[in-house]
Design a protein around this ligand. Structure first.
Ligand SMILES: Nc1ncnc2c1ncn2[C@@H]1O[C@H](COP(=O)(O)OP(=O)(O)OP(=O)(O)O)[C@@H](O)[C@H]1O
Ligand SMILES: [Mg+2]
Length: 313
């Protein structure tokens, strides 16, 4: 089956006073019904990838490579064509529902809005679809929820409403950027269930951007680890969590509470002038002379995962 999304050698550079190389030759694909978690520390380029796919980068961003969505190269489309697609066939769920939802409009109106914006139905039809969607999400009777204002429900509930608003038109691709950030554990599980339900029919693909590796472990099919603008490991869920390969992946897992909160010393290199060799070399316990000199490619390991490391070969 053809992938829903195929990203090939995507690079994004912000051309301000200094060029910021935010994303560097990133490639991956996503199939229908698949959940791919994109993880890595702050500033590594996760949201920039999300914005590149959605066509939401500012004018100073220089983008190269290919982003193929259902067979169409998005970077070759006009802004009009892209905005017609945005929110309809590909949707993004932002992190903070208190900012993404409009405080002065009722939830029902906000969930129904994409139907009206994209001319997909009348006001009555939009309202009916919003009610049916809440029902499917287990929020029943929908009449209890549709008239609410965002300030009348919890952060977790608002995040679910936001997911509803983003997916009411049944998109083929959903990007969720930190959808569980700041939620307490019970609410995190509810949002997770929502995301899994979304992909259940096998049509919708989900790119899940998260700092929470426990969420990634529970719901993702594959994990892509980013470091300083690059993917350094891409592996199936079990293989990744049972046997992380890249020294940075191992460090990430060791920094989890269940593994003793061992932080990775140091910080990531500047995206203005990344070092010529392995970008993780300065922080790596396994580093050897070759690592600093030559840049490693992302290559397939024997078990099918992809790893960017001279020492993992
Ligand atoms: N508009 C912009 N102009 C210049 N640099 C930018 C811009 N947007 C992002 N960047 C830079 O691009 C890099 C990647 O940022 P990005 O927001 O993708 O990180 P992230 O992985 O999403 O981090 P976080 O986990 O904190 O959300 C960072 O160095 C950031 O400072
Ligand atoms: Mg981000």
């Amino acid at each position: 089956m053809n992938p829903v999304l195929e990203i090939d050698a995507l690079s994004v550079t912000f051309c301000g006073k200094q060029a910021v190389h935010a994303v560097d030759r990133v490639s991956f694909s996503l199939g229908g019904g698949e959940i791919l978690a994109l993880v890595g520390e702050t500033g590594c380029g996760k949201s920039v990838i999300a914005h590149a796919v959605m066509g939401l980068l500012p004018g100073e961003a220089q983008v190269s490579g290919r982003i193929v969505f259902k067979g169409r190269d998005l970077l070759a489309l006009s802004e009009r064509e892209r905005s017609a697609m945005r929110g309809k066939d590909c949707a993004i769920v932002f992190q903070d529902p208190s900012r993404a939802l409009n405080p002065v409009h009722r939830i029902g109106r906000q969930i129904a809005e994409p139907v009206l914006i994209h001319g997909a139905g009348s006001r009555e039809e939009a309202h009916r679809r919003a009610a049916a969607l809440l029902e499917r999400m287990g929020l029943s009777p929908p009449g209890n929820y549709l008239p609410l204002y965002p300030c009348q429900s919890s952060g977790g509930m608002n995040q679910r409403f936001l997911i509803a608003a983003s997916t009411i038109l049944d998109p083929s691709l959903v990007i969720a950027d930190e959808p569980t950030k700041g939620l307490d554990p019970g609410r995190v599980r509810e949002v997770e269930d929502e995301l899994v339900r979304l992909t259940g029919g096998g049509r919708t693909a989900l790119l899940l951007i998260t700092h929470d590796l426990a969420v990634a472990r529970r719901i993702a099919d594959r994990i892509a680890v980013m470091y300083a603008g690059e993917i350094v490991e891409l592996a199936e869920n079990d293989a990744f969590f049972d046997r992380p390969s890249h020294p940075y992946s191992r460090g990430l897992l060791q920094s989890l509470p269940e593994h003793g909160f061992v932080p990775i010393p140091g910080s990531s290199p500047s995206p203005v002038s990344p070092p010529p060799g392995c970008r993780f070399q300065a922080r790596c316990r396994d580093g050897k002379a070759v690592c600093g000199g030559q840049h490693p490619d992302l290559v397939s390991a024997a078990d099918g995962r992809m790893v960017r490391c001279w020492q993992c070969r």
